[in-house]
Ligand binder design. Sequence first.
Ligand SMILES: NC(=O)c1ccc[n+]([C@@H]2O[C@H](COP(=O)([O-])OP(=O)(O)OC[C@H]3O[C@@H](n4cnc5c(N)ncnc54)[C@H](OP(=O)(O)O)[C@@H]3O)[C@@H](O)[C@H]2O)c1
Length: 219
Amino acid sequence: MNPKVILHNAVSLDMKLTGFEVDMGVYYSLAAQWQEDATLVGSATILSAPDEIPPETDRDFLPPVLDAADTRALLVIPDSKGAVRIWHYLRSLPYWRDCIALVSETTPAEYLDYLSKLHIRYIVCGIDKVDLPAALKILNEAYRVNTIRADCGGTLNTALLSNGLVDEISYLVHPVIVGNGSTVKAVNDSLGRPVNLELLSAEKMEPNLVWLRYKVVTE
Ligand SMILES: NC(=O)c1ccc[n+]([C@@H]2O[C@H](COP(=O)([O-])OP(=O)(O)OC[C@H]3O[C@@H](n4cnc5c(N)ncnc54)[C@H](OP(=O)(O)O)[C@@H]3O)[C@@H](O)[C@H]2O)c1
C-alpha cells in the first residue's frame, strides 16, 4: 500500500518558500495535526537549517536504544548523493524516534559506511535518484508508515507530485509577495503536467494568514 502523503508548506502569495518570515508557531501547530508516521524532509531543506551542529562524540557510534512504544515520527531523508553528514545531530533532536536515509545504487559506498557506523538505517532504492514510489512502499510495508508529512522544497515536492504520490496539499499563505527576493518555489517548473485539486478548506488564521487545504484529484 502507498502511504498517504501530505505536502505542508509555508508560502508567500507568489508561491515562494523563502524570502519572508515564516510564522513558525502557526506552521508547526498545523503540522502537528496529521500525527504522521514519517516526516519526509528534502536533503537541501535539512542542510539549509541554520542550526549549529555539534561534532560527533563516541556516544554517537553506539547503537541507539529504541522504544517500541515511542509514537514519534520517523525522520526520512532522500539523499542519493550522500550530502547529509549531520545524522548524529538529527537523531538527538526531540522530534523523531529514529532516522532513515533513502539512498540509491549510485550513492558512494563510503557514505553507506558512514551511515552504518552511526547505526542510521538506510533503504537502497533506485539507480541514480531515489525511486520514490518504491521507497514509500517499503516504508509502508517494512516500517508501518501509513502517513507521511513532506517538509521539503519545490524539488522534492515536484518529484512527489510527478510520481503521483501526493494525496493532500496544505499551504499556509503568508501576506507577502516575495518577487525576485527568492527563487525557491513550492513547485518547480519541471512538473510535466497539471495536477488537479479539490479545495478541502480555506481558513483565515491569525495573524493575517490563510490556510488552504487541497485534495489531489486522481485521474
Ligand atoms: N517554506 C516552507 O514551508 C519550506 C519547507 C521546506 C523547505 N523550504 C526551503 O526550501 C529550500 C530547499 O528546497 P529545494 O527544492 O532546494 O530542495 P529539497 O526539496 O528540500 O531537497 C531536494 C530533495 O529532492 C530529492 N530529489 C530531487 N530530485 C529527485 C528525484 N527525481 N527523485 C527523487 N528524489 C529527488 C533530493 O534527493 P537527492 O539528495 O538524492 O538528490 C533531495 O532530498 C530551502 O531553502 C528550505 O528552507 C521551505
